[in-house]
Each structure stands twice: as structure tokens, then as C-alpha cells.
Design a protein around this ligand. Structure first.
Ligand code: ZN
Length: 260
């Protein structure tokens, strides 16, 4: 896939110059947030980073083409990997550190009159809800929200096997976006995972962190073997369509009059 154009994209901060940035008034900032961690034997550690970058930039492009001034900030590459501390070079960033990082990002946006921020999250271990509550109290003029792009579209319409981590969805998406980084599927583990013995946790109304190496042998949770780049392409297009609609809605919204 070749979606990185040869000219700078005006909605990507890292590709922009001060001249254009200082003369543009942006409606919404997007902060893609990934994780750097093992994804079975066949996907790169940067899987969540790649997904965050591409979903953010392509969704922003669609919103920009509808005349909304969006700015995508550089992706934060480290996620919460407390449950994977014993997997080599899974780069844990503690939630308290994430809060400190997010506070500094919000402070910059606030100082430069960008009052809407979407955290575009790519990693199941990241959860910004409590941070959004705390920072909302500190910066009451900001509209802060998070978006888990992997929940933006019903995955069961595209994939046979449910994906939690490094399975059919993520493998298909990375085959579509950066195929040179995917090892042959013959090298992939089956992504078999154990469940909790405690019913309420499996039913989803109670929660505890999974100790990853006790749950899965190959670090994957979800069978990747039916993945294809074609499935990845059609799912990715559906995701950026929905995420871009969300961005447009946030851009249009009056942050002081959000409720009907
Ligand atoms: Zn992932």
C-alpha cells in the first residue's frame, strides 16, 4: 500500500512547517497512541504504532477533504504493558506516566487555542477515561475524548476469527498497510488463549488484568491464519470512514453545547 504521498500533508504536524502551522487555525487535534509489544511470531512490535499512525492520518485526510482543519500529532509509541512485563522488550509505560504525558500535550494545545483533542487509541491496555476526567477538571475549556478505532466497525463482518491481539484483524490490517513487515503466516502461532476460571470476568462485568504469559504461548490472542491483505483493506477503509465521520462531528460540535 502506498498512501504516504511525496508531498507534505498539511494535517500532519511532523510534516508541516511553522509558516503553515502559524497561519492555520485548527479545530481538532488528534493524538494517536500505540504500544510497542510482541504480536505473535509474525507481526512487528510496532503493530499498534503503525495502526495508530495510518488510522489517524487517513481519517484526518478524509476530514480535511471535507474542509475541516485537523492536526495529527506524532504517535506516542509506548502503551500500558504491565501484564506483559515478562515478555522481552514489551515497552511498558505506566498509566501515571501516560497521564503526565497527556497533561503536557493538553497544556500545549490549550495554550495555542486548540480546544478539542481526540486520543486515537490503538492498544487494549491503554485506557484514558480516568485521565480525561482528571484533565477535564484541570482544563475545563477543553473537549477531551478517546476513540478506540478497533471498535469503530463490527469486526465479525470482515473476519472469521475474533481478534484480541495479533489475530486475524491485526494481521490483515498490517498485511494491507506494511506487508514488508509481516512474516509468512506459516511462522505464526495459532494465538490460542486461556480464559479466566472466574465466570463474571469472562462475562465482562467484572475485570482483572490478564497475566499474558499465563494466557498465551505465542503472545497472540486470536487465530491469525485466515488473514489476508484484501480483508485488511476493506476493514481499514470502513474504519477510516467511521473514524473520519467522528472527527468531523467533533470538529462541528459546539463544545459548550454538546447535549440534545
Ligand atoms: Zn495490537
Amino acid at each position: 500500500m502506498d498512501i504516504i504521498p511525496k508531498t507534505p500533508r498539511p494535517y500532519i504536524l511532523a510534516e508541516s512547517t511553522w509558516k503553515t502551522i502559524k497561519d492555520t487555525s485548527f479545530e481538532v487535534a488528534i493524538l494517536p497512541w500505540g504500544a510497542c509489544e510482541a504480536h505473535n511470531y509474525h507481526l512487528p512490535y510496532g503493530t499498534d504504532i503503525i495502526e495508530a499512525e495510518y488510522v489517524a492520518s487517513e481519517s484526518a485526510r478524509l476530514a480535511w477533504e471535507k474542509d475541516h482543519k485537523i492536526i495529527v500529532l506524532p504517535v506516542i509509541p509506548f502503551g500500558v504493558n504491565t501484564g506483559q512485563h515478562d515478555i522481552k522488550l514489551d515497552m511498558n509505560m505506566n498509566p501515571s506516566t501516560q497521564l503526565a504525558v497527556l497533561r503536557d500535550v493538553v497544556d500545549v494545545l490549550h495554550r495555542h487555542n486548540i480546544f478539542k483533542l481526540i486520543i486515537l487509541n490503538s492498544h487494549g491496555g491503554n485506557d484514558f477515561k480516568t485521565m480525561i476526567r482528571e484533565l477535564g477538571l484541570q482544563f475545563p475549556s477543553m473537549f477531551l475524548c478517546q476513540c478506540n478505532w478497533f471498535k469503530a466497525v463490527d469486526q465479525s463482518k470482515f473476519f472469521e476469527h475474533k481478534d484480541d491481539h495479533g489475530g486475524e484483524m491485526e494481521t490483515s490490517v498490517i498485511m494491507h498497510l506494511t506487508p514488508h513487515l509481516v512474516r509468512p503466516l506459516s511462522e505464526a502461532g495459532d494465538g490460542a488463549a486461556k480464559k479466566f476460571k472466574i465466570k463474571a470476568i469472562n462475562d465482562g462485568w467484572a475485570w482483572a488484568e490478564r497475566k499474558w504469559t499465563q494466557v498465551t504461548k505465542d503472545t497472540g490472542v486470536g487465530n491469525p491464519h485466515k488473514a489476508t491483505a484484501e480483508k485488511g483493506a476493506s476493514y481499514f477503509d470502513a474504519v477510516i470512514e467511521n473514524v473520519s465521520q467522528f472527527i468531523v462531528e467533533v470538529a462541528k460540535a459546539d463544545k459548550d453545547d454538546l447535549y440534545a
